[in-house]
Design a binder for this molecule. Sequence first.
Ligand code: SAM
Length: 235
Amino acid sequence: MPDPIFAHPRLAALYDTFDGDRDDLDAYEEIIAELGARRVLDLGCGTGSLAVRLAAAGLSVTGVEPATASLDVARAKPGAHLVTWLPEMPRAQFDLAVMTGNVADVFTTDDEWATVLTDLHGALRPGGHLVFETRRPEYRIWDEWSVPVARTRDVPGIGPVEQRFQLTDVRLPLVTFRYTYTFPDGETLTSDSTLRFRDRNELDAGLTAAGFHIADVRQAPDRPARERVFLCERP
Ligand SMILES: C[S@@+](CC[C@H](N)C(=O)[O-])C[C@H]1O[C@@H](n2cnc3c(N)ncnc32)[C@H](O)[C@@H]1O
């Protein structure tokens, strides 16, 4: 069940404004071009920021997102008609599957993580690639999150919305936080999220157990030291 921040229609409509210019996606476009992929699965595509970019560049893109409200935002974007949008993974074979925006960290249990890796393996052609980022636990980002933060953004069509962020629990490897949004009409909505921080050994073991060959592990260029970007191949 996706968190309210992705699944509640009023909150999903805020996602792109608060997420900024998404220069983190440039690296993924470059990796997808480097690997020569033409048929791409974007798992946990959210509001479709990467999917519409890839489709505009001529790739065949399927965006999978269980939060209907986020998919509705994605479907309303210019060029969205070029993307196949689905609430769950199709039975198809892709050249490449990608998870951006730390989607990998939302799978908090061992079972969920093993299942999604097996499903992704099955969704790739032999020689196809899985590319995803995940937060490095050694960086201890939760230490930076311990100070509550508030910011206000002018959301197109909505007006000024305040977002407050609060770390609510650290029980490693799980970290939980809450976003609280206050709308111009006075409504306040909250969204709690828990992320799983996996270390390199755990990631290697899970990927290998699912049948992947780890071809490379890179830095996220926009967040050096904070993230790992895995390039894995289905042999
Ligand atoms: C932080 S957002 C990233 C969205 C998008 N990839 C991006 O870069 O903007 C995490 C996404 O993972 C999705 N998600 C949550 N549970 C999921 C699941 N079981 N399978 C696939 N996606 C899931 C959420 O709904 C949300 O859209």
